[in-house]
Design a protein around this ligand. Sequence first.
Ligand SMILES: *Cc1c(COP(=O)(O)O)cnc(C)c1O
Length: 380
Amino acid sequence: MTKQSFNTKIVHNNISQQNVGQSKSTPIYQTSAFTFKDLDHVESYYTGDVPYLYSRENNPNTNELGQAVAQLEGAPAGVASSSGISAIMAGIFSVVEAGDHIVAAGDLYGGTQQLITKQLASFGIEYTIVDFSSGDAIKQAIQPNTKLLYTESITNPFLRVENIEQLVNIAKEHNLKTMVDNTFATPYLLQPYMQGVDIVAHSATKYIGGHSDVTSGVVVGHEDLINKANQKVVGLGTNLSPFEAWLTQRGLKTLALRMKQQSENANAVAGQLQQSEDIKHVFYPQNVSENGHGAIVTIELAHHVDVDTFFKSLDWIKIVPTLAGVETTVSYPIATSHRALTDEERQKLGINEFVVRISIGIEETQDIANQLLKAIQTAK
Ligand SMILES: *Cc1c(COP(=O)(O)O)cnc(C)c1O
C-alpha cells in the first residue's frame, strides 16, 4: 500500500466490516453505489452475475422490502419506491402510455385521484372515473384505447369493499389489466394478486411500515409488469432510500400482530359507537376477510354535535392527516384527504363536515371507545 497522509487517511479509514458473521437483522446498505475490483467485475453487473451497482438502480434494502411484500401478496415480483404515490405511478406506467385510457373508481384516495386526473393527464394519459360498485358502469366506460382498470380493495373514507372477482372478470372479457391499491386491507386481510389482479400497490407509509415514521411504497405483480415498473422507478428517480426501506421492512415484521389487534379493536369500537344516538352512521365493513375487517372506522356524527368541540375534547387521540400507526388517531377528510375535491364531488361521495375517519390503534379497546364516546358526549 502506498503511504497515506492525514487528508487521505481520513477518507480511506473504513476498516472493513465484511465477514464479521451473519448479522441477525439485515445491515443498512446506506450507500449510493458499490465498488468493483476491476473492469471484468464491472462487466459482471451487466451480465447479471453481480447484483448491485448504483443504489438508484437497486440496493439490498429496497430489494428486500419489494420481495418481502411480493411474497406476502403471493406475487412473483415486487419493487419498493419513495412513496405510495410513486409506487402507484410506477405501476400505472407499467401498463399505460400517452394516448391510453384508464377507468378508475370514483372513491379513490384523494392523492391517487389527483395523480390520475392532474399529473398523468398532463402526460397524455386519458381517464374516466366511474362508480365501481356498478359493473355496468365500468363496462360502459371502457373505450378502444382503455388499458387499465384501477381501484382500491377497501376505499377511503367509507370503506367500500371492492368486488375483485367482478373486476377481474370484466378485465378478462375486455383484455385489460387490473391494478388494486391494497393499502387499507394489507396482505394480512386480502391478497388481490391471488384473486387474479395484475398489479397490487401499497402505501407502505401506512400499515406495512405501521409506525408513522417513514414514507414509502411498494408495487407487486407479474414479473414483466414489475420489471417495467422498476424501470420507471429507476428512470424517473423515485427510488426509496436504503434507511427508509430498512425501517419499513422492520415495521413489516409485526404486520400480522398489529392488524390482528387493530382489526379486533376496530370491530369492538365500531360496535360500541353504533349504540350512540349522537352518531348518525358508523361505517365499518363486515365482509373483508376471515382475519378481520380492517382498522379504520368512519363515523358521521349526528348533526347536533359540534365537530370542533369533539376534536378539542379528545386527549391522547390526536388529529393526524394519516392513518395506520399503532396509536389511535382521527382525521377530518373534508379538511385533509379530500380537501382538493370540489364541494360537488365531496357531496357525491357523501363527505360532509360531520364525517370523521378514525384509525384504530393497538391500545386497550375500552380506552379507545371511552375516549371517543366521552368527546362526543362533551360536544353535543
Ligand atoms: C396514503 C395513501 C396513498 C398514498 O401514499 P403515500 O405514501 O402518501 O404516497 C395511496 N393510497 C392510499 C389508500 C393511501 O392511504
